[in-house]
Design a protein around this ligand. Structure first.
Ligand code: ADP
Length: 557
C-alpha cells in the first residue's frame, strides 16, 4: 500500500507561503524550455512536457497544479481538451492558452472551459510573467470563494449533527453529509470500542463494502492519530466498482479520538488539499457530536444500572427485614423474661441486651415501613390521638439511651393538650426516628426539646426552613397540629439538608464520626408524612443544632 501522510490543510493550493506549481505543455520542446526557465526564475515551481498524454497523467497524479500553460494545437490532443481534464480535477485551476492565432470558435470554447488568458505567439517573456501572475491571482480569489462557499455549506450541514444524541442516527447523518459535501463515492465510520480499537464499520450505502486495506488504513490513522491517504489499492467497493483512493480521518474531540471517517473514491481528485480542509472541519464537528452522543449513552447506561441497583437494594431490604423479624421477636421475648427474673448487675446486663435488640427492631421496622410505604401497601388506621401522650411515649422509649448520653430531654406543650385525629402508630414512628437522630447526633450532655402546637391554619414555614414535604392542596381554614424535635447537636450543612431525606443517604462526616445508623430513618419520616397528608421541614445550622418539624391536619377527611 502506498501512503501519503498529510496534515489537514498543510498544503492547500495557493495558500500563502506555498510556491505555486505550473504545468507547461507544448509539443515544441523549445517553447517548454523557454517558458520553464522564465517561470522558474520568477520563483515558481514548474513541470514541463511536450507530450499532452504525459500531461494528462501528471494531472491525474499526486502533484496538484495551480496553473496549466498549454499550447492550443498539438498533434495528439488539443490544449482545450487538456484544459477540460485539468478543470475536472480541480475546478479552480488557472489556465493560460498559447496560440498562434485565436479563432472565434477557439475563444468561445476557451471561455466555456474557464480559460483565464490567451498568449498570442510569439510573445514577450514579460507578457508571459504578467499573464501568469494575473491568472494565479484570479485563481486564488476563485479558490477562496469556492472554499468559503464549501465551508458555508458544510457548516449548515454540520449543524444537523448536533441535533441528535442517538449514536446510530448520528453516524448515518455523518455519512450522508460526507457524501453530499465531499462528493466521494463511499464513506465509512468506524467508532472506537471500549476495548480493542475500532469497531465494525457503518457504510454509506447498502452495497458499499469496506475491504481489508480500507480497514487497515483506518486503523493506521487511528493509531497514528492523523489524517492518512492511500492510493492504488482497492480500499472499498460500490457494487462491483473498485475504489482505489482513500482518505482516513480521525474523529476527535477534546484530544480524544472516538472514531475514524474513511472516504473512498475512484479518483484522487475527491481528496485534493482544498477538500481535505473541508474534511478536517467536518471531522471536528463529527468528533464533538459523537462525544456528546457517547456521553449521553453512558449516562443512560449508568442510570439503568442505578435503577437495577436500587431494585436489588429494595429486594435485599425486603428479604433481610422479613428474615430478621422472627428471630428478633424471640430474642426480645426471652430477654424480657430474663430481665424480669434477675436483679442487680444481671438485670442491668440483660436490660442492655434488650435495648440493643430493640434498636435492631427499630431498624427492621424502618425497612419494613419504607417498603410498605413505597409500594403503597401501608394502610392508615385513624384514631383519636393526644399530642402529649405521643410525646411522652417517645421520650419514655428513649429515656435510657438519652440518659446514657446525659441528654436532657424536655417536653414542651404550650396548649394544655392537643387532641387530633390521625394514625397513632405512624406518628410514633416519626417521633421515634427524629428523637433517635437527635440523641445520636448530639454530643453527650446535650439538650433536646419535644414540642407540639396547635395552628388555626396550615403553618407556612418560610423563615429559612428547608421544606421537604408540602401537600399539594391544603385547606386553609382547617386546624393543624405540629410536632418539633429540637437538638443542640452537630447540625446539618445547608447543601445536605434536602439529601438526608433520600434513602441510605448519610452526611459524609456522620459515617466517620461513628454515629451509626442506616440512612433510612428520615426517608421513612418523609414517606410517613406524605401518607398522613402532612408537612415536613428542617431548620439547621452546622454546629448549632437542628430542628425537625412535622405538621399534620388536625382532622383527616
Ligand atoms: P441514619 O440512620 O443515618 O440516622 P437518617 O435517614 O435518619 O439515617 O438520617 C440521615 C442522615 O441525616 C444522618 O446520617 C445524619 O447525617 C443526618 N441527620 C439526621 N438527623 C440529624 C440530626 N438531628 N442532627 C444532625 N444530623 C442529622
Amino acid at each position: 500500500m502506498s501512503l501519503l501522510t498529510k496534515q489537514p490543510g498543510s498544503t492547500p493550493i495557493g495558500s500563502p507561503g506555498s510556491v505555486p506549481h505550473i504545468l507547461v505543455v507544448d509539443d515544441e520542446q523549445h517553447m517548454c524550455d523557454v517558458c520553464g526557465r522564465t517561470l522558474r526564475r520568477a520563483g515558481y515551481a514548474v513541470t514541463t512536457t511536450s507530450d499532452p498524454k504525459v500531461a494528462v497523467d501528471l494531472l491525474h497524479g499526486d502533484q496538484a497544479f495551480d496553473l496549466l500553460l498549454t499550447d492550443i494545437k498539438m498533434p495528439t490532443m488539443s490544449g482545450l481538451d487538456l484544459a477540460h481534464v485539468a478543470k475536472e480535477r480541480d475546478p479552480a485551476i488557472a489556465i493560460i492558452i498559447m496560440t498562434g492565432f485565436a479563432s472565434m470558435e477557439n475563444l468561445h470554447q476557451s471561455v466555456q472551459r474557464g480559460v483565464a488568458d490567451f498568449l498570442s505567439k510569439p510573445f514577450e517573456l514579460d507578457q508571459l510573467r504578467l499573464a501568469v501572475d494575473q491568472a494565479l491571482h484570479k485563481r486564488s480569489l476563485l479558490q477562496d470563494n469556492l472554499r468559503l462557499r464549501a465551508i458555508e455549506q458544510l457548516l449548515a450541514s454540520s449543524e444537523a449533527l448536533g441535533t441528535t444524541l442517538d449514536l446510530s442516527e448520528l453516524t448515518d447523518l455523518l455519512l450522508e453529509v460526507t457524501l453530499r459535501q465531499i462528493g466521494c463515492r463511499a464513506a465509512f465510520v468506524l467508532l472506537v470500542e471500549a476495548v480493542g480499537g475500532l469497531g465494525r464499520p457503518t457504510a454509506s450505502g447498502p452495497n458499499h463494502r469496506l475491504l481489508a486495506p480500507g480497514r487497515a488504513l483506518a486503523n493506521q490513522a487511528y493509531h497514528q492519530r492523523q489524517l492518512l491517504s492511500g492510493k492504488q489499492e482497492t480500499f472499498a467497493q460500490v457494487g462491483e466498482g473498485d475504489l482505489p483512493f482513500a482518505l482516513a480521518v480521525p474523529l476527535r474531540a477534546q484530544g480524544e479520538i472516538n472514531g475514524v471517517l474513511l472516504l473512498c473514491d475512484d479518483q484522487p481528485s475527491a481528496f485534493l488539499p482544498g477538500a481535505q480542509e473541508e474534511i478536517a472541519l467536518l471531522a471536528n464537528y463529527a468528533g464533538s457530536a459523537i462525544r456528546n452522543a457517547l456521553l449521553y449513552q453512558q449516562l443512560g447506561d449508568a442510570y439503568q444500572r442505578l435503577q437495577e441497583l436500587d431494585r436489588l437494594k429494595s429486594e435485599f431490604i425486603a428479604i433481610a427485614s422479613h428474615e430478621l423479624r422472627t428471630p428478633l421477636s424471640i430474642i426480645l421475648g426471652y430477654t424480657m423474661m430474663l430481665r424480669d427474673q434477675h436483679t442487680g448487675d444481671q438485670h442491668d446486663y440483660v436490660q442492655r441486651v434488650m435495648e440493643s435488640a430493640k434498636r435492631i427492631k427499630d431498624i427492621v421496622d424502618d425497612m419494613v415501613s419504607l417498603r410498605h410505604l413505597e409500594t403503597g401497601e401501608e394502610r392508615m388506621t385513624v384514631a383519636s390521638c393526644s399530642a402529649m401522650e405521643l410525646l411522652t411515649e417517645a421520650a419514655e422509649r428513649f429515656q435510657q439511651v438519652a440518659a446514657d448520653h446525659r441528654h436532657e430531654v424536655r417536653i414542651e406543650v404550650l396548649d394544655e393538650d392537643i387532641e387530633f385525629e390521625s394514625d397513632r402508630e405512624k406518628i410514633a414512628l416519626i417521633l421515634g426516628n427524629l428523637l433517635s437522630n437527635a440523641i445520636r447526633f448530639t454530643a453527650d450532655g446535650g439538650r433536646i426539646a419535644l414540642r407540639a402546637a396547635l395552628h388555626g391554619a396550615a403553618p407556612s414555614p418560610d423563615g429559612g426552613e428547608r421544606v421537604i414535604v408540602r401537600p399539594l392542596s391544603m385547606a386553609d381554614s382547617a386546624a393543624w397540629v405540629s410536632f418539633e424535635v429540637q437538638d443542640s447537636g452537630i447540625g446539618i450543612p445547608e447543601r445536605e439538608q434536602s439529601r438526608i431525606f433520600e434513602r441510605f443517604y448519610q452526611v459524609a462526616d456522620s459515617l466517620t464520626r461513628d454515629h451509626g445508623g442506616t440512612g433510612l430513618g428520615l426517608a421513612v419520616v418523609r414517606e410517613l408524612t406524605i401518607t398522613l397528608g402532612g408537612m415536613l421541614w428542617v431548620v439547621s445550622q452546622e454546629g448549632q443544632g437542628s430542628t425537625f418539624a412535622v405538621a399534620l391536619p388536625r382532622r383527616l377527611e
